[in-house]
Design a protein around this ligand. Structure first.
Ligand SMILES: [Zn+2]
Length: 343
């Protein structure tokens, strides 16, 4: 690279970074124009993600590291180590929302006037029994009241415990059509640690984008946000804290662990943009995840336990921060798309 190329590359980097800063100031931070992929477009997307993350959303920047897909044996070993970690205590995040997850993967219980909607079911029956049923009992919730199990996507760390709960409590398992089909035909990931996928024939419900699950006084809107899997569900629902109503979105699938797949990253990017629009329109001010490394739910629950009654709920991050989080994920996806394109 000669001096002039260097200068041009620097200028290019500077202008794309500047465009990102301008876009960020305007509140629509994703870099708008798609340049042909290069090391500098990757750097610009990572810079835009880093800018959007600020100091509060730094854990999300993990997503900007080059994506990898570990070989099966390594994945089994890694999963076993993650599952062996002691589980955090269950906790109440909102008046109507409870964490009943493991250290690595989360499950959430929404309490309604007519029973419980569970979001995700952990790795297997053992975890469902110990952490979901056990956790709910510790929080004075009755697992027999679980009416629906929304499985955010067709990977075993989210569906593994679902058949057990469905069978024991006649709870209905909810998945997207794309992910039902994926679990019925060819699993993207399989490991003996996970329970078998739920059976659609056992009262399973297939949902499409915008469908709603209503139970008693609560409605959960299910957005299909393709990317992590092609049928990932991101549920949106109301939560209350100290009598104050907030709107929560649970981002249903985060990692880029599907291997070199440029169109899929395109879907992911589109999903972050689209949910950015939904965030603004509905004033979504709480962003949750099914992995606590993504939404810092364990730290937030610990903070909640220690703070005086009436203090601000640490799960309420505000609409601008939710938008920034979606921008971080979208920019990291663009960086990864460009990396794939260069491979
Ligand atoms: Zn997954």
């Amino acid at each position: 690279m000669d001096h002039r190329d260097n200068a041009r590359a620097f200028f290019f980097l500077k202008t794309t970074a500047l465009a990102a800063v301008v876009a960020l100031a305007q509140g629509c931070a994703q870099t708008p124009v798609q340049q042909s992929p290069s090391e500098s477009t990757i750097a610009a997307h990572v810079a835009a993600a880093t800018g959007s993350a600020g100091s509060d959303l730094r854990p999300l920047l993990e997503l900007c590291k080059p994506a990898t897909q570990p070989p099966q044996a390594e994945m089994d070993k890694g999963l076993a180590a993650l599952i062996d970690k002691p589980a955090p205590p269950p906790g109440k995040a909102f008046d109507n929302l409870y964490f009943v997850g493991a250290d690595w993967v989360s499950a959430w219980a929404i309490k309604t006037s007519d029973g419980i909607i569970l979001i995700d079911a952990l790795n297997n029956e053992m975890e469902a029994a110990a952490l979901i049923e056990g956790g709910m009992r510790k929080l004075d919730l009755d697992p027999a009241q679980i009416k629906y199990v929304i499985v955010t996507h067709g990977h075993g760390d989210h569906y593994g415990g679902a058949p057990y709960l469905a069978q024991k409590y006649r709870a209905r398992v909810v998945m997207s059509e794309a992910d039902w089909t994926m679990t019925e035909t060819k699993l993207e990931f399989a490991t003996p640690i996970w329970g078998a996928p739920p059976k659609r024939s056992a009262g399973g419900i297939s949902v499409k984008d915008g469908d709603r699950i209503t139970l008693g006084d609560t409605t959960v809107t299910l957005y299909i946000t393709p990317g992590h899997t092609m049928g990932t569900i991101s549920p949106v629902f109301d939560v209350t804290s100290g009598g104050q109503k907030h709107r929560a979105m649970l981002w249903g699938g985060t990692a880029f662990n599907f291997g070199k797949n440029v169109p899929r990253l395109g879907s992911y990017i589109e999903s972050t943009r689209r949910m950015g629009t939904v965030t603004q329109a509905q004033n979504i001010d709480v962003l949750l995840s099914n992995h606590s490394a993504v939404d810092s739910s364990q730290a937030r629950l610990a903070a909640l336990r220690q703070q005086p009654a009436g203090a601000a709920n640490p799960f309420v991050i505000g609409t601008p921060a939710v938008s920034r989080a979606l921008n971080v994920m979208g920019e990291c996806a663009q960086a990864q798309r460009d990396r794939f394109a260069l491979q």
